[in-house]
Design a protein around this ligand. Structure first.
Ligand code: NAP
Length: 327
């Protein structure tokens, strides 16, 4: 490995562009290569971000000897196949959320990475955002007493495009895998594995969940009340309520810079935790620090937690009788 960590970027869509912007502000990151389904798109992306190797096709990117780690920004249904392609080529991988379509696919890529002793991580950027880390520290210190309830949601109303990745079952569409994974992650960070899961979903014209509501319950009676929607623009806030007070994480809570602490009998305190860049730089920095330390996975986003969360998503879809065509 050279001094800089050499990144390859797989795909040139929305999130790949955001991720490239994030890498651009990290001095120890080098954008060495990009791979796209089309040469024209790889060239345009390469020009924009000054990336020297511009590949038509993902195989060529995975095989590029000047790449240390590949960032996968393709639709969910391709994550398994794309991750396997990179791992088989001996590359470390940072793969967008949701890690895969289901737990069986997640298990498969985790096993391959572990067998080959290659770094693998799900790009669940929320875990690395400074305000979220601060809140986790405050909870560990008992600032709001013992957390008893989490309420979190993520909803917006995109135009209905049956062939777009948000609605097309072939591309892993639906609110849960795209948005619902965030509130479920927050509940996991606070309460760990749920004891019981109940839910309802509205299945739309294309056969995917256009919105859903989820209640998770835990051993000592704690509750998480969660929702995600492609039909409704929600407040996009999260609330963590404890025995001695509560934290309201302001919109958009999955990459916040501000939260309000309300302690019983005290005046509210609004706390700002600034963020450098667009927020994706923190997960990228974690990957680079793990690679430099020779760690095969991140302590902040462990593979077993990616798998456990995929299992929750599987269970929810099973409750709704919803499966994807590739399952
Ligand atoms: N962490 C976050 O905040 C965040 C935000 C948005 C999305 N995401 C995740 O990132 C992934 C991609 O989302 P996105 O919003 O970036 O999607 P997008 O804008 O549609 O981009 C996806 C890219 O994947 C490639 N691709 C390969 N096969 C494709 C196919 N059959 N249909 C469409 N695109 C295909 C295309 O790039 P080429 O043509 O260059 O190959 C396309 O531009 C999803 O898994 C999503 O959950 C994460």
């Amino acid at each position: 490995m050279t001094d800089k960590i050499r990144w390859g970027i797989m795909s040139t869509g929305y999130i790949a562009t955001e991720f490239a912007k994030a890498l651009a502000i990290l001095p120890d990151a080098e954008m060495a290569a990009v791979g796209s389904r089309s040469q024209a798109s790889a060239d345009a992306f390469g020009m924009r971000f000054d990336i020297p190797h511009r590949h038509a096709g993902y195989e060529a990117l995975a095989e590029d000897p000047d790449v240390d780690v590949v960032y996968i920004g393709t639709p969910h249904n391709l994550h398994r196949e794309n991750a396997l392609l990179c791992l088989d080529a001996g590359k470390a991988v940072l793969c967008e959320k949701p890690f895969t379509i289901n737990a069986a696919e997640a298990q498969e890529i985790i096993e391959v990475a572990r067998r080959k002793q290659l770094f693998l991580m799900e790009a669940m950027w929320t875990r690395f955002i400074p305000a979220i880390r601060k809140i986790r520290g405050m909870l560990a210190d008992g600032v709001i007493g013992e957390p008893r309830m989490v309420m979190a949601e993520f909803g917006f109303r995109p135009p209905f495009e049956p062939d777009g990745r948000l609605f097309d079952p072939q591309l892993g569409g639906g609110a849960l895998l795209d948005l619902g994974i965030y509130p479920i992650t927050l509940a996991w960070l606070i309460f760990g594995p749920p004891q019981e899961i109940v839910s309802r979903a509205s299945i739309g014209a294309t056969g995917v969940d256009e919105q859903n509501a989820v209640v998770l319950s835990y051993g000592q009676g704690q509750l998480a009340v969660l929702a995600s929607s492609l039909q409704a623009e929600t407040p996009q806030e999260a609330h963590i309520i404890g025995t001695q007070g509560r934290i309201r994480i302001h919109a958009q809570w999955w990459h916040p810079t501000m939260f309000t602490l309300s302690l019983n009998g005290r005046e509210d305190q609004t706390i700002t935790v600034p963020m450098g860049g667009n927020g994706y730089n923190y997960e990228a920095a974690e990957v680079m620090s793990c690679l430099r330390a020779g760690k095969p996975e991140s302590n902040v986003m462990p593979l077993d937690e990616s798998l456990a969360i995929m299992k929750i998503l599987d269970q929810l879809r099973a409750q709704w009788g919803m499966s994807y065509p590739m399952e």
